[in-house]
Design a protein. Sequence first.
Length: 745
Amino acid sequence: MDFQKFIETFFSPACVVSVEKTADNGYGKICIVACNKKYLDMIDYRISSGNTSLSSDDALSFVNNSLYFKYFPMNRNFEDVCFKSAVQKKEIHTYVHLNSDDMWFDIYVMPLDCENGSTCYCIYSAVPSDNADNILGNVHNNQISNDVLKTCIKLHKATGLKDAMEGVISEIRRICDAESCTVLLLKKEEENYSILATNFKPGSRLKPVTEFPNYYDIASSWEKMIGDEGDCIIIQNKSDLEYVSRINNPWYLTLVEAGVESVVLYPLRQENEVLGYIWATNFNTDITLRIKETLELTTFFVSSHIAKYKVLRRLNHMSYTDSLTGLPNRFASTEYIADLINHEGRFAVVYIDLNHFKRINDTLGLEAGNQVLIEIAERWKAVSDDYGSVTSDYITRINGDEFLLVIYDYNSDEELREAIVRYADALNDHLSIGGVELYVTASFGYAEYPADAGTADELISYSSAAMSEIKKANSSDHILRFTSDILSNERILEVENKIRVALENDLIYFNLQPQFDMAHKLRGFEALARMRDADGNFISPGEFVPVAEKVGLVDKVDEAVFRKAAMFLGGLIRKTGADIVLSVNVSVLHLMKNDFLDELKDILKESGMPSDRVEIEITESIMIESAEKAILCIDKLREMGIRIAIDDFGTGYSSLSYLNNFPANLLKIDKSFIDKMNLSESSKQYVAAIISIGHIMGFEVISEGVEKDDQLETLREIGCDYIQGFIWGRPLPQEEAEKLVTDMI
């Protein structure tokens, strides 16, 4: 047979493999006899990348009838399927995950009837896929598919990681008909491990790994055995055990002592990181191929679940912790204060600012400044943790050289002041930074609940005002309590009062600014907050919105605007059948409220506004301040069909790793970037990069503040999806918005 002509008739990457049959019903040499162009391209790529075992004497191109391991890593699984197909004449369909490229391969192996003495042949075809879901969807064996799905269901139904793993390994032990199954997590930074879950067959005499000393070293050795391109380790018989004894004798000795006769072991990987391992011991070797196929997919989903758990745990820590000092951060302090308010006890919020800290940064550098902050944080943490203290304290870092302290369980004003003095006194001893002795002082302003303020935002704002006042006074006394006359800008209080009156008297209303696609088709409207005072005077949103945010009223403003806009647009959609979206702004404070989802459902029910026509706009800062809680809330919004837009993208500090995990539909590019877009090529490319990033991550992109024809043309050129701005539509009252919709239908 002309193998080369025969294999070139295959569309998928394929090769002819020869297997040498031995007298003991085993196999010897396995060679690639011939391959088609697509399979040859895979080999050529490996050769050019240096990922082969070719010697200096070998040709730097594929040679027919070569041993397969010249071009690919030695792999027992590859050898097994080729042997079963070529020698035992079985048709095989299986799966392989190439860890180094995170690529799945759908493998088909078919026997050829021709033989040449003791040499048998088969066709080996490998169809690549970058999506495990596609592989699962094509599983040819219903039993394998059911086994994988049962495992996934157990993962998602469990209340915690440990519960999930205990359910999974019980299922895997059943699938493998094994004596035991274990999940081990590596703690590389500690050079240690933990057994996440284990399951033994009743009556098993196997010795658990926890009874072996230094088992971390054994577990660490498996990664080298598997390699970057391997997928698992399978030990089926004494011959395999003898092979292990030669290449990894310490592990072999533990296997023998434990009473192990067979093992199938898979790494739990996330990208290039090995999180741990899962293995079944003394399994049914008659169904090895089915076990391999099942675990290939199962461990992929288990790995993803463990990685997600670790990310969420890390995000939770990051959401509430200042990365420099390890103290709780602004979000943690705000939540802590809100919890104290719910308990209706007396407490004080102390705003602390280091005096002349800028001089340290300017003279000694930012690194020295960071060391000062770390040292002071450690001192104040020690004061806070002092069990001999009369009061209970909670110290946080909220920004730069600013800290926030919460004090409760005091019995008098004197005890409160004495508690604050302890933090001032902690700075009396000098700090030694880089051989330089520094003396640092701080200013302390405080406000008390409920005497001075009734909300977390007010307490923080008023204590900050008191701190600023004592700092300006340049007094030897660095501690000051808030009083109402401290607020030099009386306009803030005046506007706050106007907002409260407006909320009570239904003076908050909305305008609708249209959004269009690049063909000038109406996409929908953004609802913008507007307000009049009791005398009918218009108050600029640029004035009242920041004050509402500062004093903790922005959630009430958000709700009023959303409710009224939804009532109007919901009725308009029912009346006209228009396919339009209502986009509304929601502050971090509003989104984090415990009753936010209930409030939203109530608005949708009352207005009849379809949930899939609602878009919630949040700023990217939420990805830094409260990522975990936000994602949990947003996931529930997405389940309701509500769209999510990231507002003012590019103005905050979010990283692409956060963005990549953020369940949004739309990016909104801030007006400041559009204003500068055509002033330089770099500014234009910056906007183009944001659009490209958005599209890569599966988001649509809208640009805000588009006012000029040349801006519109540039946005068309660089692939923006939608625009919002004066060029096609100013904010409109209800009547004009309705006319726009009816005119465009």
